[in-house]
Design a binder for this molecule. Sequence first.
Ligand code: SAH
Length: 349
Amino acid sequence: MERKDIKSLYNKELEEFLVSLGEKPFRARQIYAWLHVKHAVSFEEMTDLSKQLKEKLTNACRITVLKQERMQRSKIDGTRKYLFALEDGNMVESVWMRYRHGNSVCVSSQAGCRMGCRFCASALGGLVRNLTAGEMLEQVYRIQEDTGERVSHVVVMGTGEPLDNYDNFLRFVRLLSDEKGMNISQRNITASTCGIVPGIRRLAEEGLQITLALSLHAPAQEKRLSLMPVAGKYGLQEVIEACRDYFASTGRRITFEYSLMGGINDSREDARQLARLIQGMNCHVNLIPVNPVDERDYAQPSPQQVSNFKNNLEKYGINVTIRREMGRDIDGACGQLRKRYLDREAGIL
Ligand code: SAH
């Protein structure tokens, strides 16, 4: 029998599981706190459990733990990029960033990704597998233990498409924000999607307070489709409509992410079309100068062009910020640390 992955269980489910093992339900509270507050990696550490119970648990279930394989620290801003090994040997990467408002972790939701965005390093190797909720939590827990500082914000913007791994992602959000666990406010959790419409619609009905970020990257269907294959399945108008409805049901302002690629989507006309597309929405645009990926030839516009694009949007009354680049000196772009590692293993680099 497969041993149960207890880090992915809600408190209630853990209780039921313990009862099924012939234990008292209150044991769940103790074990849950060991897992999600103290971030224990083994039953051995759980000093308030009897020897017999520890043995029983060791036989019936397992604790998902990620192993830190590599860590790179930016000399510029202290950003840390982690490469973690999952228990089956797959690798995922996560990033730790220190901001004025607190420490933020960027987590991966899948090993690899099948969305195929043209500018993204994570798309290059395709999808390997979904991560479990426990594996997503572990990225946050291991980083908090390694830095010794509380993590207050989480963004699901690492490798993978969270809405392509919906159930595990939802479980992750609920566990992460549980007051008996890590207790990260849902308002401090952001999930980024390439625009899977049924996922956005379903998420809107979950009663969550998280921020939804849509990777927009182009203001017109044809251009967006040339950058993001997912747009062939869910068109631009449809996805914008889903974002409007997300705001209507949750009251949470949408963030539109827009990676600026020189000569591709950074013209004055692009800004005008973008403004028209989202006019009147309660939203915010986050401009990200594209991170050049070796295998792709998209280039960053000059700082002047980036600031012109911002000014153009502001003229139309759009709320816009330029994302501060963090960790420039440490395998910058999304998925590159993992990719370099895999290439090295395969003898390509
Ligand atoms: N699958 C989700 C989340 C992962 S990517 C999504 O598509 O939103 C997180 C963000 O980084 C997305 O907005 C993505 O489009 C962007 N991104 C990916 N590669 C990039 C690159 N090379 N430069 C800048 N942004 C990139």
